[in-house]
Design a protein around this ligand. Structure first.
Ligand SMILES: [Zn+2]
Length: 44
């Protein structure tokens, strides 16, 4: 069964933080995986 491109993008999984499983807000220039909370924990 073929999916239309629109439907394909709509069904893409949300980006989720691998650390805590929280949904990560998409940021255009961000390639980071973790959410803000986990990132701030990592940064010394
Ligand atoms: Zn997190």
């Amino acid at each position: 069964m073929l999916q239309s491109p629109v439907e394909f993008f709509r069904t893409l999984p949300k980006k989720v933080c691998p650390e805590c499983g929280q949904q990560v807000m998409e940021q255009a220039e961000s390639y980071l995986q973790e959410c803000d909370r986990c990132l701030s924990k990592k940064v010394e």
